[in-house]
Design a protein around this ligand. Structure first.
Ligand code: NAD
Length: 507
């Protein structure tokens, strides 16, 4: 254990619990039955937030408020200029409050404070980018249909959108969806994860301050059932966009089928990085280390399996193990911490279960493989873990571990590497490391993944669309395609002059 870099508790946390309420039709309210739920910090064990626990009544009221706001035209018919002005103001307010929000996000998620701050202030840029789209989006015109016809294709907001988000990047994921839905002219009902409700509530306050009309964004706090399930099946909702596990994504698609509403899903990943022998091994090892420990591996984009050419497998494992010892695990409030707490005890046990099962099946733990005690903190931590000798049939190679656990597989030829990379139910992202551009391009074109990184890992920009193939999801977020998801397309065909020949012969 002394061979790891650990950061003990460094400040006494005196944090009054944040009180979260629902935002419905522009008013903050508790639940009708007075029910609440608590979130304890996974790192510090203290009470971070107490939130109103929504039921069917609050969900119904929020959906009706969003429906009435949409149908009134107050936002759906507002100019792109006025929508953009609100989105830009929200971006400014997020930056003003970033530190306050980041601290709450750290205490609710367990992630390091510097990364929470990066997530919140980085999200402001998504709001700015969406503001630009609000002013520049347009449909098409068809001027080639003959002298007496003109066709135009209009883009219209799809309507009322349900937004359901997970606990791992609560503010970032909300900002991948909400500003794009608002830029399109939609109205929304938002449900954050019950583990991380508070930064969504703080954002609600900023939306009001920025001048968003009442009812355009409504927030209901609570659990998947009944709140999320009702948001998925309700006939007054036109679209549901969900980020979370593949299992819940499937149940949402089934619930939405009753009304055939549009469904957008961002689900899990089992993302491979393939390392060829001519790669820069130092760069690759650093990116692999980042890819597996960022957000404690609780990341849909976690680079959780590496597929390394046999000739360099040992050299890569040695480098990654050496780097892993230098990554600072510990108190997420410390500015130097790089990896914080695991979100819950139950999740930590699930992570450990994958490692035990792999070892029982013949894999070797090269580092870590157990829970981690951080001095002065009662919370849940897990050691940086590298498991080699993993075979494609093991659960650790196929399922999302969602923890700081790297699986190492090996290959001999490019064809074998591609086959191993694509041998997964998921298809979110993939990476390739080689100094040969032909190898990188060949791999990029054959990889079944929504994003392929070459000689880098997890770089993202508001301009670059994100989403998954296969069971990693449906639809795309951010970039111009992220806006398209929230738009309906309507064709208007217009005749110029009285040139239409009658269909019914009257003589
Ligand atoms: P989860 O599926 O358990 O929960 C996500 C959200 O769905 C929460 O708000 C939850 O309350 C709600 N929910 C639960 N049951 C529901 C139901 N029956 N109907 C409607 N809503 C319901 O996921 P999680 O544990 O919060 O997040 C981890 C998962 O999210 C991982 O699988 C991860 O890969 C995935 N994820 C994907 C992306 C991506 O962009 N692809 C990003 C982040 C996380």
């Amino acid at each position: 254990m002394t061979e790891l870099t650990l950061i003990a508790a460094f400040e006494a946390v005196d944090h009054g619990a944040f009180e979260g309420r629902h935002l419905i039709g522009g008013a903050w309210r508790g639940s009708e039955d007075g029910a609440t739920f608590d979130r304890l910090s996974p790192s510090h064990g203290i009470l971070v937030s107490r939130s109103a626990q929504g039921g069917a009544q609050e969900t119904e009221a929020a959906i009706q408020a969003a429906r009435a706001a949409f149908d009134s035209g107050i936002w759906s018919q507002a100019t792109g200029k006025s929508r953009a002005a609100v989105l830009l103001k929200v971006a400014e307010l997020i930056e003003r409050d970033a530190e306050k929000m980041a601290r709450l996000e750290t205490l609710e998620t367990g992630k390091p404070i510097t990364q929470a701050l990066g997530e919140v202030s980085g999200a402001a840029d998504l709001w700015r980018y969406a503001a630009a789209l609000a002013r520049t989006m347009h449909g098409d015109s068809h001027n080639t249909l003959g002298p007496d016809m003109l066709g135009v294709v209009l883009k219209e907001p799809i309507g009322v959108v349900s937004i359901i988000t997970p606990w791992n990047f609560p503010f970032w994921i909300l900002s991948q969806k909400l500003p794009f839905a608002l830029a399109a002219g939609c109205t929304c009902v938002v449900k954050p994860s019950e583990l991380t409700p508070s930064t969504t509530v703080m954002l609600g306050e900023l939306l009001i301050e920025a001048g968003l009309p009442a009812g355009v964004v409504n927030i209901v706090l609570g659990y998947g059932k009944p709140v999320g399930a009702l948001m998925a099946e309700h006939p007054a909702v036109d679209m549901i966009t969900f980020t979370g596990s593949t299992a819940v994504g499937r149940s949402i698609a089934a619930a939405a089928a009753g009304t055939l509403k549009k469904v957008a899903l961002e689900l899990g990943g089992k993302n491979p990085q393939v390392i060829f022998p001519d790669a820069n091994l130092d760069d690759a090892a650093d990116a692999i280390t980042f890819g597996i420990y960022f957000n404690a591996g609780e990341c849909c984009n976690s680079g959780s399996r590496i597929i390394v050419h046999e000739d360099v497998a040992e050299a890569i494992v040695e480098r990654v193990v050496a780097l892993s010892r230098k990554v600072a695990f510990g108190d997420p409030l410390h500015p130097e911490t790089q990896v914080g707490a695991i979100v819950s005890k139950a999740h930590q046990q699930k992570i450990d279960g994958y490692v035990r099962e792999a070892v029982a099946a013949g894999a070797q733990v090269r580092l870590g493989g157990a829970a981690l005690q951080i001095e002065g903190l009662p919370g849940e931590f897990y050691q940086p873990t590298v498991v080699s000798g993993v075979t494609p049939d093991m659960a650790i190679a196929r399922e999302e571990v969602f923890g700081p656990v790297l699986s190492v597989l090996t290959f001999r030829s490019l064809d074998e590497a591609v086959a191993l990379a694509n041998d997964a139910a998921y298809g979110l992202s993939a990476g390739v490391w080689s100094e040969n551009v032909h190898t990188c391009l060949d791999f990029a074109r054959r990889a079944q993944a929504g994003t392929v990184w070459t000689n880098t890992w997890m770089d993202g920009f508001p301009e670059l669309t994100f989403g998954g193939m296969k069971q990693s999801g449906l639809g795309r977020e951010i970039g111009p395609y992220g806006l398209e998801e929230f738009l309906e397309v309507k064709t208007v065909a217009m005749r110029i002059g009285r040139t239409r020949a009658p269909w019914v012969k009257t003589r």
